[in-house]
Design a protein around this ligand. Sequence first.
Ligand SMILES: Cc1cc2nc3c(=O)[nH]c(=O)nc-3n(C[C@H](O)[C@H](O)[C@H](O)COP(=O)(O)OP(=O)(O)OC[C@H]3O[C@@H](n4cnc5c(N)ncnc54)[C@H](O)[C@@H]3O)c2cc1C
Length: 386
Amino acid sequence: MMNTACDVAIIGGGPVGASLALALRDSGLAITLLEARSPEGAPVDPRALALSYGSRLVLERIGVWNEIPQVTGIRTIHISQKQALGRAVLEASELNVPELGYVLPYHALHGALQHALEASKATYLTGAAVTQLSSETDGARIAFRHNGVEQTLNARLAVVADGGKLLESSHPPEITDYGQSAVIAHITCSAPRPGTAFERFSAQGPVALLPYNDGYELVWTAAHEKAQEMLHWDEAAFLAQLHQHFGDRVGEFLSVGTRTCFPLRLRRAPEITLAHTVLLGNAAQTLHPVAGQGFNMGLRDAWELAQEILRCKPEALGEAAMLAAYRNLRRLDRNAGIRFTDGLVRLFSNDLPLLSGGRAASLSLLDCLPSAKKFVARRMMFGANG
Ligand SMILES: Cc1cc2nc3c(=O)[nH]c(=O)nc-3n(C[C@H](O)[C@H](O)[C@H](O)COP(=O)(O)OP(=O)(O)OC[C@H]3O[C@@H](n4cnc5c(N)ncnc54)[C@H](O)[C@@H]3O)c2cc1C
């Protein structure tokens, strides 16, 4: 058994944990990042991420934005609902930003973060699966297995960015099961509108088309059972159903790539800090992807935690006052992001006639009121603290 120590131990080298390690790379602190997957064995994650303009700014500051290949900009977001009037269009030009957001593959972001980490001073261990986290009086104690050897790491601050598994049984999260899964795939069509993303709501759940390369990344939500069926429809049936569901805005759908299904739920840790410990990203809150907020919020968690760590006196790292300051910093944005996403799913995933009229009116109102549009777009770009 090997026993080592560091200032900050980050559990999970997904996009959020990796971003935190990079935000702290010049801090002079000893940072250790433990990632369960080994690079060779890691499956390619098929999801596409819509990043906000605010996330671009953070990724620029941590030095990875220009290293991400294959990014497509979003200049227009078109929001509508099936079988009802009312729509809203958000334009980057009206909001004085070059783009409202960006679409990129999860694995392209992951690759750029990995390269930057390898070049940084952080100790980065892959194939290092954490099995236990406990708190001691002066810090956190982490047990993990690396290269077949059981090891322990003592850290003044442990950051849990593992997506949510490690603390699931000791600190059960609050879970809202929406009864929905998302089917994702790359699609092409006869009349793509470059730079335009579409979000269309229906009683079955939302469907999003995110512009990417020669077509769109599709995120199509449906009840779990239906989503499983959709995976097995032949290509012609899938494209015809999508056309029926989405309408004519991008012409005929021509092809669909590999389809993958993700179950969707809101998962919210009861506390985002524990003794000498902070929970970040999906470990703190896993959101429905309806408004593409999950990673954007996780990145804001990472950025604000890094700022709090840099601000605090060295002896305060991981202590109660520092953890309380971080909780206060994140409260508004986290609660607003969860409410916004959860509210959208509940408001739009039903076919009650009274609500349908209200939704149409809200979309039309949003479209006509520049101040309301700016408010919504700023929330999506920068979060509630922006
Ligand atoms: C279909 C779909 C579409 C989405 N679209 C968007 C979008 O458009 N925009 C957006 O902002 N977000 C989106 N999201 C959400 C986004 O994918 C997540 O918010 C983001 O991946 C969270 O990153 P993370 O680093 O917190 O967790 P993860 O990506 O889950 O990474 C966790 C990491 O921890 C590692 N790990 C796990 N357990 C351990 C352990 N015991 N020890 C060590 N390491 C461990 C894992 O191997 C992994 O690398 C979407 C999600 C889904 C499902």
